[in-house]
Design a protein around this ligand. Sequence first.
Ligand code: SF4
Ligand code: SF4
Length: 216
Amino acid sequence: MISLGQSLGATEIGFSDLSLLPAQKRMNFEHGISVVIKLSDGILNQIGTEPTQTYFSHYRSVNRLIDDICLRILLALEAQGYPSVAIPASQSVTDPKDPFTGAFQHKTAAVLAGLGWIGRSALFIHQRYGPRVRLGTILTNAPIVAAEPVTKSACGSCRACVGACPAMAIEGRLWEPGMPRNQLYDAYACSQYMKEAYHHIGRGVVCGLCVVACPI
Ligand code: SF4
Ligand code: SF4
């Protein structure tokens, strides 16, 4: 799976044991395969006080690539007799209790795969590339060797993302495993700010200021 994913353009492939999560949350699958794609530094470095059209296009292109890679891995797993589910890179589900979440949290699998931690910004922070990554996940029961999860934030005393957020949506707390997202940041405030301030850039679905502020 690593060589298949990387041959298709993935930066890294990670493997996690999801069995500690509630069965419903992981759709009764035991394992996660995380697909990581690093975002372009050249494009992110263009972001100043607001996102760019180029960043919006890049964000969508990377999501499409992740979905393609996840589909190819899914088909390979199913050809070996393991029905699996690929979670789309960017998809919100209709949940009145948490309208800004997906069917499965990619960052949960990525942290359990030992690839990084959750930042004060609630973004996934890759050990090497910081928040400059996008993630996909395949849920499967295929046998895998899972990595050791990351259980501690490495944000330390940094608060760069907190000060960079124009919506004041980031609470500033250090992440701990199991912490609900709303203790880290206000997804509604973030979404509303993007819709209003950046409607002229991709209809207000990207921002990126907390991404480019991160020193990691
Ligand atoms: S995406 Fe923008 S508005 Fe949302 S938390 Fe990050 S900096 Fe704040
Ligand atoms: S900017 Fe600093 S506090 Fe925020 S996620 Fe990055 S390292 Fe953590």
